[in-house]
Design a protein around this ligand. Structure first.
Ligand code: 3HC
Length: 280
C-alpha cells in the first residue's frame, strides 16, 4: 500500500493522516468543505512544531511530511488510493452513504476500513458490492501517541483484507489486537462504561471532577482521569458510543449518564469546544 485515503478530518482523521505521512505514506484526506480541515490542520502543525522544539524531528522532516499530505473535497482524488480509512462521526446512515460512494469511486482492489469506535462492520460493509474487502481498523486518541489498533472482521471480511490491514498497521509502528465483532469491540466496551460511571459519580455528588480524576490517576495509575479523558475523546463521540452499546445490548446497566447528554445538548463537547467537564 502506497497511497492512503482518509475520509473525515476531525480529531481521529487528522491524527491518522499525521501518523501515515510520518511513516512515509502519501495521504489524501477528504472533507465535505475546505473549512472543515482548519482545526485538524492547526493540530498537526502544533504537533510538528512541538516535535521540532523537542528535537524529535527536523524542519526538513516537517516539510517532507507536509508534502505527503494533500487535502481535498473532490472524490475523484480517491480513484487511485490503495487503502481508504473512513473516520467520520459515529452515524451508521452517514457511514453507509459514504461506503456506497466509495463503492462507486475506489479501484477494485483497494482495501476499505472504518475507524468506527464500535458500530457493526458487517452492517457498514453490507452496502458494498464486495464486502470482503472491508474491515474495522480502530485507532485510539491521540492517534500519533497511542500504540494500539483494534482489528475487527465483519462477517464477510477476507483473510487477504485482514492480512493487508495488519501489515499496514504494523508498518505505522503500532500493535494490533484481534477482536470479534461485538458492540464497542474490546477496549471501548471496558473503557467507555468506566468513564460513564465517573460521570454518574460526579452528578451524584460523590466527589468533585478534580478529585475523581486525581483518584483514578493516583489510585489506579491511569495516565489521565476519566473526566479529562472524556473531554479529550469528545463528549458527543462518547455519548454516541455509550448509546450504541445500550441500544445494541438493551441492557440498562449501559444507560448513558444524564449529565453527559445534558452537556452534549448544551454544545459543551470537551476540548474541541473549549468546554466540557473542564474549561480550556
Ligand atoms: N497529538 C500528538 N501528540 C500528542 C498529543 C496529541 N494530541 N498529546 C500529547 N502528545 C504527545 C506529546 O507531544 C508528548 O510527546 P513527547 O514525549 O515525545 O514530547 C507525549 O504525547 C506526552 O504528552 P504530554 O507530556 O503533553 O502529556 P502526558 O504525558 O500527560 O500524555 C497523553 C498525554 C498521551 C494524552 C496521556 O495522558 C494518555 O495516554 N492519556 C490517555 C489517553 C487514552 O486513554 N486514549 C484512549 C481514548 S479512547 C479512544 O480513543 C477510542 C475512541 O474510539 C473513543
Amino acid at each position: 500500500m502506497k497511497k492512503i485515503g482518509v475520509i473525515g478530518f476531525g480529531t481521529m482523521g487528522a491524527g491518522i493522516a499525521q501518523t501515515c505521512v510520518e511513516n512515509g505514506y502519501n495521504v489524501v484526506a477528504l472533507e465535505m468543505e475546505d473549512s472543515y480541515f482548519e482545526r485538524g490542520q492547526a493540530g498537526i502543525e502544533r504537533n510538528w512544531n512541538r516535535a521540532i522544539e523537542k528535537e524529535r524531528i527536523t524542519k526538513a522532516d516537517k516539510e517532507k511530511y507536509s508534502k505527503l499530505l494533500s487535502l481535498t473535497t473532490d472524490w475523484n482524488q480517491f480513484k487511485e488510493v490503495d487503502l481508504i480509512i473512513e473516520a467520520v462521526s459515529e452515524d451508521m446512515d452517514l457511514k453507509k452513504d459514504l461506503f456506497k460512494k466509495i463503492d462507486e469511486v475506489a479501484k477494485e482492489d483497494a482495501t476499505i476500513v472504518s475507524n468506527t469506535s464500535g458500530l457493526s462492520i458487517t452492517e457498514i460493509a453490507s452496502v458494498m458490492s464486495n464486502p470482503s474487502r472491508v474491515m474495522g481498523m480502530h485507532f485510539f486518541n491521540p492517534v500519533p501517541v497511542m500504540k494500539l489498533v483494534e482489528l475487527i472482521r465483519g462477517i464477510e471480511t477476507s483473510n487477504e483484507t485482514y492480512n493487508k490491514s495488519k501489515e499496514f498497521v504494523e508498518s505505522l509502528g503500532k500493535e494490533v489486537i484481534d477482536v470479534n465483532e461485538s458492540p464497542l469491540f474490546a477496549v471501548n466496551r471496558i473503557l467507555v462504561p468506566m468513564i460513564n460511571e465517573a460521570i454518574f459519580v460526579l452528578s451524584e455528588g460523590v466527589a468533585s471532577a478534580e478529585d475523581i480524576d486525581k483518584g483514578m490517576k493516583l489510585g489506579a495509575n491511569h495516565p489521565m482521569g476519566p473526566l479529562s479523558l472524556a473531554d479529550l475523546i469528545g463528549l458527543d463521540t462518547l455519548l454516541f458510543v455509550q448509546d450504541s452499546l445500550y441500544e445494541e445490548t438493551q441492557d440498562s446497566k449501559y444507560r448513558a449518564a444524564p449529565l453527559l447528554r445534558k452537556l452534549v445538548r448544551a454544545g459543551h463537547l470537551g476540548r474541541k469546544t473549549k468546554k466540557g467537564f473542564y474549561t480550556y
